[in-house]
Each structure stands twice: as structure tokens, then as C-alpha cells.
Design a protein around this ligand. Structure first.
Ligand SMILES: [Zn+2]
Length: 408
């Protein structure tokens, strides 16, 4: 049977490959990323899969069906992390999927479809500030111009791919066709407190909330903090402070909406100088696209009003937008049968966080299974799950795979 113990051990083993000793930070195309990929490739091969690194740096494994070349059920999650991350966000989904294949392989079971497991190289977007590079490439939705995006050190994605031994000009070849992928299913920790509060090991995701990301630059006038009278100032940071509070107020306007300013930078950034320029980011999420778009437009209008009063010039840039990704009813029904067969009451819940399924919905129907995590904590070293829940998640995933029927 699938082993919760081995899943936990493998999560621990992967977590050793980190930029920071004593913590876990593993960004796209880093040396730590390379070491983690090698481990995962090895586990895939041990489980009877053909495995390789694709041109965008995803680890891709394939377990053939009862004859070669069949369309696949795609499983996966991501192998990159945020800074100072936990051990399970992403990795648990990849390792659990390999565990299921290993069990099939040990019993020499071949199904009437192939199974592919992908460990996406970049989902979090920490290094290049642009998320889901791996899954967007698989979905054929990655604009090659994105490969010119640079990290903080000035290295472009294309350069980093080359330094990693990959060929960026072949990224297009990573794209899969609709006819090749029967469905995409991902197991992931919940990153929220609902399952814990209800005493449930797993839950079935209904939809992944959409998001909008904006970058706002406010231009005022820098000046001497001692000599420019208050009434004559064009202080970009004071204006930004009002904008941040407006984002919070608009985010509070609907129970389904969240809005966050996560980063702010003032220039020139000296104690005795009035800030002349401020840049900040905004992240808005909602389970309904219309609600999110309304919020973004309210925020944009409010920033324009606040800036007009202060004679500040705002510039608002749309960095990225992804619509709500609903999970397919026919896949949810099959997952729910697998949950119930494990004796777990079926709980449906939405995902507030983004996941690779948002990109993959372009080529396949998607489903997600959430596994309970302690205190709803993620993106944090305190992220924790139990071995029993890891086993429960993998058992449900295994049942889902074994009984999978393509199509509604
Ligand atoms: Zn994740």
C-alpha cells in the first residue's frame, strides 16, 4: 500500500536542498533546484516511470498505460518554494503522486491510460516575479517574451535556463495538446484552517480563486525635509499610505474578496528627504472574476482621486491576471467517491491560493485534493502535516487514479 512514512521522509529529504541552511528556500533554476530535481527523477525511475527534465525545467515522468502512447491523466505540483518556506507546499503533491505510481508498478498494474507526473519548476515566481512558468509552458500559454524577464541580479530566464543546461528555444516543445491530456489532478496542502477546524484529513476543491497583480508608481517631488513647508509638498509616500489604506478598505468590502499591498519602496529613501517616488504592489483575489474586476477598478479610481488631491502622478501597471479556475464537476465527483471510499466525510471547499491548475485548465479539466495542515499555516517553516494525513491523501489519490474514467 502507499506509505505515509515514506512520503514524509521524502519531504524531509527534499527540504535539505535549500539556499539557507536551517531553513528552506529553493528558487527556480538554482543549484538547490537541480539537486531536488535529481532526487525526484530518481524516485520516478524507481517507480517504473520514464523521467526527464523538460526545456522549462519541469521534472516530467511518464508511466505508460496498457499499451504505449495513450493519452494521460496528468498529476503534479511544484518543486520550487517561497523564501523561508515549509516542506509540504508543492512537494507533497509530487511525492504523493510518485508514491501512487510506485504502488501500481509494484503490482504490475497498467491502466487504460498513461499517467504523467510533473514537478513544476516554477510556480511561486519568487526568482523572476512571474508565477507558474512551468505549468504555463505545459499549457502552451507561455509567451516567449516572458523569457526575457530578469531576476534581481539581472539574469534573464533564458540565460538561467541555458546556465542550467536547458535550451530556451525549445520551450515551445513543452506544450501539450488537449488530446494528450485527459485531466489534471493535484494534491496540495490546504494552506487554510477549514479542514482542521472540521476534523477532516482531506477536502475536494471546487475552484481556484482568480487574482490580479498590479504595480503602482507614484511620482511626487523630492525635497529637503527641513526647508519645504508642509503645504507645498508633493510627498509620494504620504500619498501611498492613503492608497494602502484604500486597498485594505476596498478588500474588506466583500467577504469573498481579499486585497493586499505586499511590497513598498520609497525613493530616495533617506531620513531627511521628502520621498519623491514610491512603488508598491497590489494583489487582489476573489472566487468570482466580476467581483475581482470591480475591486480592481475601485482601487484604481481611488488611487487616482487620492493622488489628484495631493498633486501626485500615479502610474498603474497590470502585472498578471488569472481568472477563476473552476474544478470540473465530473472530476470532483470521482474524487469525492475516492474520499468517501476511505471513510472520510466529503467536504468541498474553494482554494484562496493560486495553483498550477489555473494555467493547465487551458488544455484539460482540473481537480484538486486538499490535505489538512496544522493551523492553516503555509509559506512558513511552521508548515506541518501528520503522517496519517499524508497517508490518507495518498490513498484517496490512489483510489482516484485506479478508478479514473476519462470524460464526464
Ligand atoms: Zn503550492
Amino acid at each position: 500500500m502507499v506509505s505515509g512514512q515514506r512520503i514524509m521522509q521524502r519531504c524531509d529529504t527534499l527540504a535539505r536542498h535549500s539556499e539557507l541552511p536551517g531553513g528552506l528556500t529553493r528558487v527556480f533554476l538554482s543549484e538547490e533546484n537541480r539537486a531536488a530535481n535529481e532526487l525526484v527523477l530518481g524516485w520516478m525511475r524507481e517507480a517504473g516511470m520514464q523521467a526527464r527534465l523538460d526545456a522549462i525545467g519541469n521534472v516530467a515522468g511518464r508511466y505508460e498505460g496498457n499499451r504505449p502512447g495513450l493519452a494521460c491523466l496528468m498529476l503534479g505540483s511544484h518543486l520550487d518554494t517561497v523564501r523561508d518556506a515549509g516542506k509540504y507546499d508543492g512537494m507533497l503533491g509530487v511525492i504523493s503522486a510518485i508514491e501512487c505510481i510506485d504502488f501500481l508498478n509494484s503490482r504490475q498494474v497498467r491502466l487504460p491510460f498513461a499517467i504523467e507526473v510533473i514537478g513544476f519548476g516554477d510556480e511561486e515566481g519568487v526568482r523572476f516575479g512571474t508565477t507558474m512558468l512551468g505549468s504555463r509552458a505545459v499549457a502552451g500559454a507561455l509567451d516567449p517574451a516572458v523569457l526575457e524577464t530578469r531576476d534581481a541580479a539581472g539574469t534573464s530566464i533564458a540565460q538561467a535556463l541555458r546556465a542550467f543546461g536547458l535550451q530556451p528555444e525549445k520551450v515551445r516543445e513543452v506544450a501539450r495538446q488537449k488530446r494528450d491530456v485527459l485531466a489534471y489532478a493535484e494534491l496540495h496542502i490546504e494552506q487554510g484552517p477549514v479542514l482542521e477546524a472540521e476534523g477532516l484529513a482531506v477536502g475536494v476543491v471546487t475552484a481556484i480563486n482568480g487574482f490580479s497583480r498590479l504595480r503602482v508608481t507614484l511620482s511626487g517631488m523630492a525635497g529637503h525635509a527641513g526647508t519645504v513647508p508642509m503645504g507645498l509638498r508633493r510627498d509620494a509616500l504620504a500619498a501611498a499610505a492613503e492608497c494602502v489604506l484604500a486597498v485594505e478598505r476596498i478588500g474588506r468590502g466583500d467577504a469573498e474578496l481579499v486585497a493586499t499591498v505586499g511590497r513598498i519602496e520609497a525613493q530616495p529613501g533617506a531620513i531627511n528627504v521628502i520621498p519623491g517616488k514610491v512603488a508598491f504592489t497590489i494583489d487582489v483575489r476573489a472566487p468570482r472574476d466580476e467581483l475581482r474586476r470591480q475591486a480592481v477598478s475601485s482601487i484604481t479610481n481611488e488611487i487616482a482621486n487620492l493622488c489628484a488631491k495631493r498633486r501626485i502622478e500615479p502610474q498603474i501597471e497590470n502585472l498578471q491576471e488569472l481568472g477563476v479556475a473552476p474544478c470540473a464537476g465530473w472530476l470532483m465527483a470521482q474524487l469525492e467517491r475516492a474520499v468517501a471510499a476511505e471513510g472520510i466525510p466529503v467536504r468541498r471547499l474553494p482554494s484562496g491560493a493560486g495553483h498550477d491548475g489555473m494555467a493547465l485548465k487551458g488544455i484539460a479539466d482540473i481537480a484538486m485534493l486538499f490535505v489538512r495542515c496544522k493551523g492553516g499555516i503555509s509559506h512558513n517553516p511552521a508548515e506541518s502535516i501528520t503522517e496519517a494525513d499524508a497517508a490518507a491523501g495518498a490513498k484517496v489519490l490512489y483510489r482516484f487514479i485506479e478508478n479514473f474514467q476519462a470524460g464526464p
